[in-house]
Design a protein around this ligand. Structure first.
Ligand SMILES: *Cc1c(COP(=O)(O)O)cnc(C)c1O
Length: 518
């Protein structure tokens, strides 16, 4: 493709994106396509000849854009719709799209510092910015003890025992990757500690997380060879939750003591700040206290148990000081990850993973074949390939840099605060109607509610709403509650009128169901 053809088609693509986002409300949020419809609508074989030989480049590209509109778009669920209240959001924004576009245009590989120094150093810097913005202790930042904190950083987050330059952040693809790399670091550290203290026999590891934790914890254990199936509990302990659906620290303590008595080594604990089902918040402080009491902490005599915080969705809210209390105790954790690709205006994929023990991480993941040896590595520069599973890596820091520069900390805070305001509003609308009940505490922008009927009625209500195409909601099942409708307010374009309209639609659909069942 010539650069002049590229210019023409690129302008067209940008117009396409802007038109799409300007008119997204006119499309049904949830695609109603049947399995196979899109596949069957596409040609059986890839084109044989280049476009220029078949007709012309402009003609081919006109037909590509036409296919995009006519065949592909009807098969999309519109995640950027302001009426998307399902799962957790997957926000994008124009600054982020520009960063993604430029990343593709520059086409660099950031596997080693040497393979594009700016790719690595910009990433280290924006992760330091972002870590500071969510109030992480300085040990989680790359410049650790050297850093002078800015006045606006939350008061409770200051570190007492700074570890110089053993911390830092990295962009992983997803929260699932973060959970897996943290597990690898945990195993490396606990094994090293075990070898030092008891040389004999290989340790039998145990992993702890709550029954409400994301499935990626079990998946990480499966990938790491610590579970043969999702049901295998040889090494995994799923700890019960309290009435707020947060991990019960007393149950964790019992499980750890029982494991130690049975010869297991507690290796990895994943606490969730903002569970996927209900945004419940595990107490990092209480979990850290349990690890301390049971001799698990990383010290001369402790097991070196790794505490990872999965704040995939909720981490974004911590740009606002008033929500940082959910990270109380973070100074005792070894790593934390959250997804700007969920609720911080940065399009997928972008997970920010911070650790204050990068030596254990790189100890677990570093391997240097001869063909990658270079002077940058030898001089101690960061090679992010040692912080992740793949070798190659994209220039994802660009989009995060653009988002941070465009919105600034205050812009991000008002974005989060507006979603919180709308969530409070929606909760009050639900509470004012006694046909409904709120079934989990609202800790942020997710409202879990139920129509006071059986599970079947709730399911019918959800199906009716989603079939309308006017909004999209999903469900969960909460222990002791049953079928629960989730309403999450976090899409970039959502405004008050969308929330009010959604509530009207829910009330109308409920009325229709009640008429039918009477
Ligand atoms: C969404 C979510 C994940 C998984 O996120 P990916 O980035 O898609 O892997 C993990 N944990 C929690 C709590 C989540 O909400």
């Amino acid at each position: 493709m010539s650069s002049s053809d590229f210019r023409t088609q690129a302008h067209r693509a940008i117009d396409f994106i802007a038109d799409y986002l300007d008119t997204i409300e006119s499309r049904p949020v949830l695609s109603s396509i049947k399995p196979g419809d899109i596949y069957n609508a596409l040609p059986a074989h890839a084109p044989d000849q280049p476009a220029a030989l078949r007709s012309s480049v402009p003609a081919e590209w006109s037909s590509i854009f036409q296919d995009l509109e006519q065949t592909i778009l009807p098969g999309l669920t519109h995640w950027q719709s302001p009426n998307f209240f399902a799962f957790f959001p997957s926000d994008t924004s124009y600054p982020s799209i520009l960063g993604e576009l430029l990343s593709a245009g520059l086409g660099v590989q950031g596997m080693l510092w040497l393979t594009s120094p700016a790719c690595t150093e910009l990433e280290t810097k924006v992760l330091d910015w972002l870590g500071e913005l969510i109030g992480l202790p300085t040990e989680f930042l790359s410049d650790g003890a050297q850093r002078t904190p800015r006045a606006s950083v939350g008061p409770q987050m200051h570190s007492s025992t700074p570890h110089a330059r053993n911390g830092g952040g990295v962009i992983e693809g997803t929260a699932s990757d973060a959970t897996l790399v943290a597990l690898c670091a945990a195993r490396h550290r606990v094994r090293t500690q075990h070898d030092r203290t008891q040389a004999s026999s290989s340790p039998r590891f145990a992993i702890y997380t709550s029954t409400q934790a994301h499935s990626s914890v079990i998946k990480a254990a499966m990938i790491a060879g610590l579970a043969n199936s999702p049901e295998d509990r040889t090494h995994i302990r799923l700890i019960d939750t309290d009435t707020n659906f947060a991990l019960d620290p007393a149950a964790l303590e019992r499980a750890i003591r029982e494991d130690i008595a049975n010869g297991f080594t507690p290796m990895y604990v994943v606490a969730t700040v903002g569970t996927t089902s209900s945004t419940a918040i595990d107490s990092i402080e209480q979990i850290a206290a349990v690890l301390d009491r049971t001799g698990c902490t990383h010290s001369e005599s402790g097991f070196g148990t790794w505490l990872h915080i999965d704040a995939a969705h909720a981490g974004a809210a911590c740009v606002c000081p008033e929500y940082r209390s959910m990270l109380t105790g973070i100074a005792h954790a070894d790593s934390i990850a959250f997804n700007p690709h969920k609720w911080l205006l940065t399009n997928f994929d972008c997970n920010c993973f911070f650790t204050r023990d990068r030596r254990s991480l790189t100890g677990a993941l570093s391997i240097t074949p001869e063909y990658l040896r270079n002077s940058g590595t030898d001089s101690g520069a960061i090679d992010y390939r040692d912080w992740q599973i793949p070798l190659g890596r994209r220039f994802r820091a660009l989009k995060l840099w653009f988002v941070l520069r465009h919105y600034g900390a205050e812009g991000l805070r008002s974005y989060i605060r507006e979603h919180m305001r709308l969530s409070e509003l929606f909760e009050s609308l639900v509470r004012a109607d006694d046909r409904f009940e709120i079934v989990a505490p609202r800790t942020m922008n997710l409202i879990c509610f139920r129509y006071r009927g059986d599970d079947t009625a709730n399911k019918r209500l959800l199906d009716t709403l989603n079939a309308s195409g006017k909004l999209y909601l999903t469900h969960t099942v909460l222990p002791g509650v049953g079928y629960t409708i989730r309403f999450c307010i976090g899409a970039t374009a959502t405004q008050e009128r969308h929330v009010r309209d959604a509530w009207m639609l829910i009330q109308d659909a409920t009325r229709a169901i009640e008429i039918k069942t009477v």
